[in-house]
Design a protein around this ligand. Structure first.
Ligand code: C2E
Ligand code: CA
Ligand code: CA
Length: 712
């Protein structure tokens, strides 16, 4: 036997072993996650590839230890050793790609791989026999018991290590994944070499049993075989990955549903046409079946509610085709992030759900949701544009958190908490969220009944001219007259109404009631200008302009009596829609004010491109106008620019005489605040306006003190 090992061959063996292991990591991970209906085929291809890779490395090692002997590659012995290697490939792939690999399976696979490796080695050695006959070779070989024991120990340890690392890495979502995989790959490369070295020292062959060296350049031949084997492996990885990319998304394991009990969910009524994922309806059925299955098996399932953060502005800024492309990629990434046994569905515009089955504890869920969050955070490239979004995930566990009807609500509530906590994260449903979600449910029911029973009213806060202090109009502010809780301010229910999709109904009422108030004022001899707050969702109502025009006509309201306030933040977040709405408003002669101006870093120069009529300075600046030079400078700058652009400026939240003076000095047009009046009921407003006009007739002026009246 050759004791002068070729260092290049040793290095080649190490690199080949590491390379094969690295590719195997990818295969196992893919097998674990794929939702492709062709998983079985993939499994066969991968297993054969891994086996062939092992066989190729085995050859290099033979070359290392028996390089001066002759091999006949296409002998029965060599073919058998390839078959054994492929068996090892199957065992490795099957065991490592399993969802949970327990100790027994690990030991059994380790033993199986150990025995197979030994068989491979034995077969290969018999290939060195001059007759290439396995059976006659057995007479010429004898074993040294102690080294053999060591060899078996090494192979068993190596197999277990490879299996454990493969199985562990497929779920690993932490830092330095690449590095860890590389380290494991190199360790595997070394252990494969060690296996051969130890086996080699454990056998003793009679010299006549081994062929004498011949002139054949067997090293070259082997090098070709090895290279071919590894290249095949490499090509396969590519071909299969491409194949997966192409067909991976369109599939969903509807097969795991109880086919007898469920309708044909491949039907388009169960599929989201954009992403090809199951829709809400299909998911609901899937969830019910999974719950039944889990009750039968006494196991647990988790529902992850996935909501994309910052998705809506993408449609506005880049167009719907980009938004659609992002959603399709999201679907693909989610499908890759979950395991084979899990499923993903799209249940709303930018809302997805994942059903995570067969879990033992929250610990099993965490790597999956971590992968989900991380995969969405990766930038998306669409038509050369880089799009950055993230997602917030809420998780509810069945049966722990509630029955199947409640599960979606629980996960949704947890998702909102994840958003509240700063987005780009996941949150499990817990007692605190339960309390908040119970309150939310109560709020939802209460709001629905408030809409039905007309429990809302409008309060009106006067807007006052800075120079003359004459009343120039009012802002309409909603109030909820709750039957048991009394008056509820908008801040306490508008966000909930938005969340439950009830805001449109409420705001439609506000717009109509505002118009009715103008009409009633006219009948009472008052020319009333009313500003109405528009909610975020009203942007998306394509009939908004038509509806406003209809109301204006119905209540015979001149265009100048009605104005709409849109918050600066809403305008920025929905820039495209905002500009579109402004164009429509301009064409229909509907006035617009930019509300809470200055509360965000709104570029002043941006103002000149907007077709608006008024800006309302946020009360934060007014509160600091005399204490903070920067606030005063900003108010000054905004007023100057607004005037240059022919815009009206209203200061909000004016509470003191000194604030009023400062604003008057800076040339502000109008004011609104507690200094003059709190929001008033319609009745009190009309009374106040009449009183003011009477006072004016007698004194020829409007005084701040004239405004003091009963608040609404
Ligand atoms: P907003 O549009 O900025 O309305 C001004 C808020 O400032 C009102 O609070 C008003 O009562 C309050 N305010 C007025 N003067 C002063 C003052 O001198 N000092 C202080 N600290 N506050 C003053 P309100 O009525 O509680 O409304 C809060 C918010 O709720 C409004 O802010 C608006 O964003 C929203 N909102 C009110 N009504 C509606 C509505 O009908 N539809 C929609 N979508 N939102 C509404
Ligand atoms: Ca407002
Ligand atoms: Ca405001």
């Amino acid at each position: 036997m050759n004791n002068h090992y070729d260092i290049w061959l040793i290095l080649l063996s190490l690199s080949a072993g590491s390379f094969a292991m690295y590719i195997t990591f990818g295969f196992v991970e893919h097998l674990y996650r794929t939702t492709s209906p062709h998983r079985k085929t993939l499994f066969n291809i991968y297993s054969i590839a891994v086996g062939t890779g092992l066989w190729a490395i085995h050859f290099i090692n033979l070359l290392v230890f028996h390089g001066n002997q002759v091999f006949t590659v296409f002998s029965l012995a060599m073919l058998s050793s390839w078959l054994v290697a492929v068996c090892v490939g199957f065992t490795l792939c099957a065991a490592a790609s399993k969802k949970i690999v327990n100790l027994n399976q690990l030991m059994l696979s380790g033993i199986l791989i150990g025995l197979s490796s030994y068989l491979m080695f034995y077969l290969a050695l018999s290939g060195l026999n001059e007759t290439h006959d396995i059976w006659s070779f057995s007479n010429a070989i004898s074993f040294r018991p102690l080294p053999l024991l060591v060899a078996i120990g090494v192979v068993f340890g190596a197999a277990t290590l490879a299996l454990t690392s493969l199985s562990w890495m497929k779920d690993y979502a932490g830092e330095n994944k690449l590095l860890i995989k590389l380290i494991f790959s190199v360790i595997t490369g070394i252990t494969i070499l060690a296996i051969h070295a130890t086996f080699n020292t454990s056998v003793f062959m009679e010299t006549h049993a081994i062929q004498a060296p011949t002139s054949l350049t067997n090293k070259n031949l082997l090098a070709i075989v090895i290279t071919l084997g590894l290249v095949c492996l490499f090509l396969l990885a590519f071909v299969v990955a491409l194949y997966y990319e192409k067909f991976g998304v369109s599939t969903f394991q509807i097969s795991i549903m109880d086919k007898q009990n469920s309708p044909d969910t491949t039907h388009s009524g169960y599929k989201d046409p954009l992403t090809q994922l199951p829709n809400r309806r299909a998911f609901q059925r899937e969830l019910e079946t999974a719950a039944k299955r889990s009750t039968r098996a006494g196991s647990t399932i988790a529902l992850a509610y996935i909501d994309l953060d910052h998705f809506k502005p993408i449609n506005d800024s880049f167009g719907h085709h980009v938004g659609d492309a992002v959603l399709m990629s999201v679907a693909q990434r989610l499908n890759t992030a979950v395991r084979v046994c899990d499923s993903v569905a799209r249940i709303g515009g930018d809302e997805f759900v994942a059903l995570i089955e067969e879990i033992k504890s929250d610990e099993d869920i965490i790597p999956i949701v971590e992968r989900i969050v991380k995969s969405i955070k990766e930038p998306f490239l669409v038509s050369g544009q880089q799009i950055d979004i993230s997602c917030s995930v809420g998780i509810a566990v069945y049966p722990r958190d509630g029955d199947i009807e409640k599960l979606m609500i629980c996960a949704d509530a947890a998702m909102y908490k994840a958003k509240e906590n700063g987005k780009n994260q996941f949150k499990f449903f817990d007692a605190e969220i339960e309390l908040a979600s119970d309150q939310m449910l109560e709020m939802q029911r209460d709001l629905q009944s408030a809409i039905k029973n007309n429990q809302f009213s409008l309060a009106f806060q006067p807007k006052v001219d800075c120079k003359t202090q004459s009343p120039v109009g009012v802002e309409a502010l909603i109030r909820w007259n709750h039957p048991t809780k009394g008056i509820i301010m908008p801040i306490a229910f508008i966000p909930a109404a938005e969340r439950f999709g009830l805001i449109n109904q409420i705001n439609d009422w506000v717009v109509e009631e505002g118009c009715r108030a103008i009409h009633r004022a006219k009948e009472a001899g008052i020319n009333l200008n009313v500003s109405i707050n528009l909610a975020r969702q009203q942007f998306r109502n394509p009939n908004l302009v038509d509806e406003i025009l209809t109301l204006r006509k119905r209540y015979k309201i001149p265009a100048e009596n009605l104005m709409f306030e849109i918050k600066e933040t809403t305008a920025i977040k929905n820039e495209g829609q905002f500009k579109h709405l402004l164009r429509q408003f301009k064409a229909a002669d509907i006035k617009v004010a930019l509300d809470d101006f200055g509360s965000h870093q709104f570029s002043l120069s941006y103002l000149q491109h907007l077709n608006i009529d008024e800006i309302k300075l946020d009360k934060v600046f007014i509160a600091q106008i005399n204490e903070n030079k920067a606030s005063r400078a900003l108010v000054d700058a905004v007023i100057r620019l607004a005037h240059a652009l022919d815009l009206n400026v209203v200061a909000e939240g004016v509470e003191t005489e000194s604030q009023r003076e400062a604003l008057a000095d800076l040339g502000c047009n109008q004011m609104q605040g507690y200094l003059f009046s709190k929001p008033l009921s319609e009745e009190n407003l009309f009374k106040l306006l009449k009183q003011l006009s009477t006072n004016f007739e007698s004194t020829g002026q409007f005084l701040v003190s004239d405004y003091q009246s009963e608040a609404a």
